[in-house]
Design a protein around this ligand. Structure first.
Ligand SMILES: Cc1cc2nc3c(=O)[nH]c(=O)nc-3n(C[C@H](O)[C@H](O)[C@H](O)COP(=O)(O)OP(=O)(O)OC[C@H]3O[C@@H](n4cnc5c(N)ncnc54)[C@H](O)[C@@H]3O)c2cc1C
Length: 529
């Protein structure tokens, strides 16, 4: 017998396999001799009331084997295939473009400026401990892209842009936990992502694709408005090589400023686009748990061990500007995400268990052309110049190292200097500054009002135990590489496919992965010459 059940359970029933089985047995009135297998289908926490509930949908297989829908992935051997797709960047967009090539029988050739995940880790350690930024290998550049050392949140609002479940299934096929197919807000965690990325690399290599690390795109050759070839610099040998490229997927992410410059210099259309900047805020995780679970978390007893670290999502309009939380990392760490030495950039990550004592989130202000009018002489790169300027100012304010400028939250709102700062997860360290002076009037004022409204929504959020750390500047790209809506090709250059977050067509791991697939689907439609 197979029964479909939807249950409203306590956290200890929902998150413990033994307790869940016991509950289902009770619900179905099973005998002790009945064999039971459970297939979870959906799981979401409802903490709106004082008594926290978990809504669970599942299939119960009684006295019959579990029938799990297989994760169908059919890759073809492409080593000898004629139609090659050159992909720049091994972030989620580039890697999922390559996997899609294998499904469709096209040969993917990836060039990635950074290192493989293992070697990349050493550069991250240097960044955290010695404050040294390797401009080719950091939190943004290297195998897996910006998503590798992240929280690995997998929810997206872009479900219309592609098949979200297919991306999640592919991640499970490459080693992610099956719960990402079930949880309402799935995430993977920094400790588990690198292995999954390595497995994806292995699939690409096993099925005849190519991946070249330490290989940076430095030039493109265009003839008659069609892409002809690319120049790739090997960062180990410093040799530059020309490769033919009939189909070029440009998935270089939002931090590849040299790529925007290259396109601009070659008169290949790019345009400034709205983006957002602000700060990262950090609270003690227990404080956020208590607010979100409506209790003093310390007094919750046994239930606590079954509850995940709580998150939040906040948004407020302030004088026509959107102020919102971005990339919230429960139980996480604030990361130094600069890609050059003379800038300070923050973002956040969490391990799979989200068990660090801090909760951090970007709190950012939406910016548009009026905000970068002072940089209008830079034309298409004006928004990028505003972003660069703020990151450089943060570097100066922090003392010209990766130490980040910071201020206690209430002090920021009340214009007071923070004499001391609370302990903070940001490893290179933080130093007290006047954050409003750093951020400027527009962002400073909007953030203050935004925080006040967040304090009204989440009682206890406004506290001097929270610290704001600057600057959160790489929420999305300040430049779009425009492409045709239908064919995904650049509006001027045939064969060039601007893709993923750096081109302005994605904002997160899953949407970037879906965009990678979409570009390959369009290339596949073009008949082979
Ligand atoms: C610390 C951190 C935490 C994050 N947390 C989350 C999260 O929890 N959930 C989520 O959805 N998103 C998260 N993000 C955002 C997410 O990582 C990005 O949206 C996503 O990675 C974008 O994918 P992409 O493939 O378009 O670009 P990227 O991931 O940026 O990949 C671009 C790749 O191109 C390479 N490249 C750049 N220039 C060149 C060149 N000239 N030649 C060759 N290669 C080049 C880069 O080295 C990089 O590997 C996080 C980002 C960071 C930095």
């Amino acid at each position: 017998m197979i029964s479909n059940l939807t249950l409203s359970l306590s956290p200890s029933e929902a998150f413990s396999e033994i307790n869940l089985k016991h509950k289902v047995r009770e619900e179905l009135g099973l005998k002790e001799t009945d064999e039971l297998h459970i297939l979870l289908q959906k799981r979401s926490i409802d903490s709106r009331q004082r008594s926290i509930k978990v809504n669970v949908s599942l299939q119960a297989f009684v006295n019959e084997p579990l029938k799990e829908e297989l994760i169908a992935v059919t890759y073809q051997q492409v080593a000898e295939k004629k139609k090659e797709v050159v992909i720049i960047g091994a972030g989620p967009a580039g890697l999922f473009a390559a996997l899609r090539c294998l499904e469709l029988g096209l040969k993917p050739i990836i060039f990635e400026r950074g290192k493989d995940v293992k070697n990349r880790r050493r550069d991250l350690a240097k960044l955290n401990k010695e404050q040294l930024v390797n401009p080719e290998s950091n939190y943004c550049f290297g195998e897996g892209g910006a998503g590798t050392y992240s929280d690995g949140k997998l929810y997206t609002r872009s479900s219309k842009r592609g098949d979200v479940v297919k991306i999640l299934k592919s991640l499970v096929h490459h080693g992610a936990d099956k719960t990402i197919l079930v949880d309402a807000h799935p995430h993977i965690g920094t400790n588990k992502l690198p292995k999954i990325i390595e497995n994806i690399r292995q699939t690409i290599l096993d099925f005849g694709g190519e991946i070249h690390f330490n290989s940076k795109l430095v030039d493109v050759t265009i003839d008659k408005e069609k892409i002809q070839s690319i120049n790739v610099l090997n960062l180990n040998t410093e040799q530059s090589t020309t490769y033919n490229a009939q189909y070029l997927i440009l998935a270089t992410g939002h931090s590849a400023r040299d790529i925007y410059q290259l396109l601009n210099d070659k008169n290949i259309a790019i345009e400034a686009k709205p983006f957002a900047m602000g700060v990262r805020i950090e609270h003690p995780q227990e404080m956020i748990d208590s607010i979100q679970y409506h209790c003093n978390i310390k007094q919750l007893g046994d239930v606590r061990e079954f509850l995940p670290a709580a998150s939040y999502s906040l948004v407020q309009q302030v004088n026509g500007k959107g102020v919102y939380s971005f990339c919230m990392c429960p139980g996480g760490i604030i990361a130094p995400c600069a890609t050059a030495q003379e800038e300070v950039v923050t973002n956040g990550w969490s391990p799979s268990k989200r068990n660090n004592p801090y909760a951090n989130s970007g709190i950012v202000v939406g910016l548009d052309a009026t905000d970068w009018s002072a940089f209008s002489s830079h034309k298409n790169l004006a928004a990028l110049e505003l972003q660069k300027q703020l990151e450089h100012k943060a570097w100066i304010a922090g003392g010209k190292t990766q130490t980040a400028p910071a201020q206690r939250l209430l002090d920021f709102i009340e214009n007071k200097t923070s004499g001391t700062l609370p302990s903070c997860s940001y490893q290179p360290g933080i130093t007290p500054v006047n954050m409003e002076a750093l951020l400027g009037n527009t962002m400073g004022k909007a953030l203050k009002e935004g925080f006040k409204s967040f304090g009204a929504k989440m009682k206890g959020y406004l506290t001097n135990e929270a610290v704001i750390v600057g600057v959160e500047s790489r929420t999305s790209t300040p430049v779009r590489i425009p492409r045709d809506r239908e064919t995904c090709q650049h509006i001027q250059i045939k064969g060039l496919y601007p893709c993923g977050e750096g081109a302005g067509y994605a904002g997160g791991i899953v949407s970037a992965a879906m965009d990678g697939e979409r570009c390959v689907d369009e290339i596949f439609k073009i008949p082979t010459l």
